[in-house]
Design a protein around this ligand. Structure first.
Ligand code: SF4
Length: 662
């Protein structure tokens, strides 16, 4: 039997992003990377856990269970419950005129309905007033959620015109503290389980056992009313838009959308055709390119796959794309705005380098040697390279913590001496269950960095942000040595906007990523300056690194705390230096570290509060669960130690590559 083709809230949101996607979605024959992505992103954002937590605050709630695709049964069970005068339902199902929705939580009191959408995004309920700005438009980065709620309200109203509906977002409240220990561990992530959300809730858990609520119920009725009165797509009211999408989806008719920069992250993109899978992306471009650029003549896959203007770092070519110059060979120097006044490579220099090297098939590195030499001459030996592993999750682990409060549980510290010796000087890890690790962490860091007065390096802003967070936590703490620790933080960092003080230390950590950005460009990075992109590039371009790290540790003047002396950080595959991170075991069951990192990157865009915790965030959350076995605990600890050691060694390798260049 063919499944009915109803417009659901996720399809509605998908269509708002690009209406052509409605045609490709849920078709086996089309590549679709979003299913796996959305699972991992849910885990990374904490959305699944928050959904289960939110339900706990409605102990009278009844869940609609059953096969997600047995629409009639779900609706009929919902209708049965709705016969009651007062009822709270989790995941009630509504099917009206080809539109199908399930609501996270619905409270019915007679004809008064509260429609509640649960999200892991945080809010400060004490300062929040509205998501509508002074110009009368939506603000606060909640647009997608608000459209989602508006769609749900619209569908319910169609079926129940007599109901008085109020819409709410149920968000994680940063102004609140959890009052119980181990809250997070009551909502245990169990990958690849049979559970709907892959979250196992502690059996018999009660509302009182989870303490004071850390959620905020935000009335968004004004925002929903605003959306219902606007035109989501040109010349179409909200209702017309919904019907337009519904009818095209029901009849499986493709809506053509103009190709452009928005195609860059298309989930229906497949570059290497596999058996039984098609690329929706290529279908779009195959159809649209002859219309948009008739001068190209016959369109082939190879032609479509040429490097695109929207792939250039920091997306300088918006105007070019509007002018349908989709390919990098169509860009000129005028497309990258000059940004004079900076020393070393400016942003526009790097963008133009990327364009030129892409167009010339030139895979050689570009370096501003003079400037690099000048920068490096200001560094003081011995050099200290540090990296933190942290965790900031929606549901806190210990009493007294706020949602998304930053926990610093691990660091690694490498020292490089002027004579070239490299020492893995120290590392710190605290995975103890229910312990707030930040103050012990900063004490250990202070001790480790006190062994010399050389320059300290971080990679990007994370380490500076974290010590600022700890600074604020220390200010309101009663730690005996808080003044000493605060003074230490002031020597190795500078204040951020949200800090309780104003300082810039004598040993303010040097951002190695900025040194990369100002002085080094390798085409293989695709313009990315993340350490995961730069490391393979420096390994590829440096003869010194290749020669050194292909040898076992014991032969290369390097000490290690976590690897065996016969371990080699570098292998060469098909003549190319392999990424050393690939040699590490996964930090979380069932997923590669790359997949976890990618999910965190997306989650950062979505819920923002997650900092650069990376894959270690998952591992830390797992270790806070008292029920995991000792062997798994030991394995994860060892994996975390190696992972963090490689993070600082990667910085050392970048330094060594630069040293060779100057
Ligand atoms: S390729 Fe572009 S137009 Fe086609 S579905 Fe993807 S984003 Fe939409």
């Amino acid at each position: 039997m063919t499944k009915p083709r109803y417009l659901t809230k996720s399809r509605f949101k998908l269509a708002l992003g690009c209406s052509t996607k409605l045609f490709y979605t849920r078709k086996k024959e089309y590549e679709d990377t979003s299913e796996m992505d959305s699972f991992l992103q849910g885990l990374a954002q904490g959305g699944f856990q928050v959904e289960e937590l939110a339900r706990m605050y409605f102990p009278e709630g009844v869940a609609i269970l059953g096969d997600d695709y047995n629409y009639d049964k779900l609706v009929s069970r919902t209708n049965e419950l709705l016969q009651q005068e007062n009822v709270t339902i989790f995941e009630p199902a509504f099917l009206v005129n080809g539109l199908f929705i399930r609501v996270d939580i619905l409270e019915k009191k007679g004809n008064n309905i509260s429609l509640i959408e649960v999200k892991a995004k945080s809010i400060d309920s004490e300062s929040h007033t509205t998501f509508i700005n002074q110009k009368g438009a939506l603000s606060g980065g909640m647009g997608a959620y608000l459209y989602d709620v508006a769609f749900q309200q619209y569908v319910i109203k169609q079926g129940h015109p007599d109901w008085e509906i109020k819409a709410y977002l149920n968000l994680v409240d940063k102004s609140k503290y959890t009052t119980v220990n181990g809250l997070n561990s009551h909502f245990k992530i169990v990958p690849n389980s049979e559970l709907r959300t892959n979250v196992e809730v502690t059996s018999g858990l009660t509302k009182s056992a989870i303490g004071e609520s850390i959620m905020a119920l935000i009335n968004v009725q004004d925002e929903v009313a605003l959306i219902l009165n606007t035109n989501p797509i040109e010349d179409k009211t909200f209702e017309e838009t919904v019907c337009f999408y519904r009818d095209h989806y029901a009849n499986d008719i493709k809506i053509d959308t103009e190709i452009g920069a928005h195609c860059g992250g298309c989930e229906f993109m497949l570059h290497d055709p596999r058996e039984g899978k098609k690329s929706g992306y290529h279908e779009c471009w195959m159809k649209q390119l002859p219309i948009q650029k008739p001068e190209l003549g016959k369109i082939t896959k190879e032609l479509i796959d040429q490097p695109k203007s929207y792939e250039i770092w920091n997306k300088p070519a918006k105007k070019a794309i509007l002018e349908r110059r989709f390919f990098t060979y169509e860009l000129t120097r005028d497309d990258v705005k000059d940004d004079p006044g900076t020393y070393g490579m400016s942003r526009s220099d790097r963008q133009w380098l990327q364009i030129e090297k892409t167009n010339n098939n030139d895979n050689t590195v570009a370096v501003d040697v003079e400037n690099l030499r000048l920068e490096m001459s200001q560094w003081k030996y011995p050099l200290n390279f540090i990296d933190f592993e942290t965790c900031a999750v929606a549901i806190p682990f210990t009493a007294g913590m706020r949602p998304y409060e930053q926990l610093a549980f691990q660091f690694s510290h490498h020292v490089v001496y002027e004579d070239g010796r490299v020492e893995h000087h120290s590392d710190y890890i605290n995975l103890e269950i229910g312990i707030f690790p930040n103050f012990e962490f900063i004490r250990a860091l202070k001790e480790s960095l006190a062994q010399n007065d050389g320059s300290i390096f971080r990679y990007h802003n994370h380490e500076n942000t974290v010590v600022n967070v700890i600074y604020n936590q220390l200010k309101v703490s009663s730690e005996i040595d808080k003044n000493e620790l605060i003074a230490f933080i002031e020597t190795i960092s500078h204040n951020t906007g949200s800090s309780a003080g104003n300082w810039c230390g004598d040993r303010d950590m040097i951002d190695l990523q900025r040194t990369v950005v100002r002085n080094y460009f390798h085409p293989q990075t695709g313009g990315s300056n993340s350490i995961k992109a730069i490391l393979p590039a420096v390994l590829d371009s440096s003869t010194f690194l290749k020669k050194k790290y292909i040898q076992p540790i014991k032969y290369i003047n390097l000490t290690t705390l976590n690897f065996k002396e016969n371990f080699c950080f570098l292998t060469i595959e098909d003549g190319v230096a392999a990424n050393p991170y690939k040699l590490l075991p996964p930090l979380f069951d069932g997923f590669s570290n790359d997949q976890l990192e990618e999910a965190i990157e997306h989650a950062k865009d979505e819920v923002r509060q997650i900092a650069d915790g990376g894959a270690a965030l998952f591992a830390y959350a797992k270790m806070q669960d008292a029920t995991i076995s000792n062997s798994e605990r030991t394995e994860t600890r060892v994996a975390l130690l190696r992972y963090c050691e490689l993070d600082t060694l990667a910085m050392v390798m970048i330094y060594e590559c630069f040293k060779e260049l100057v």
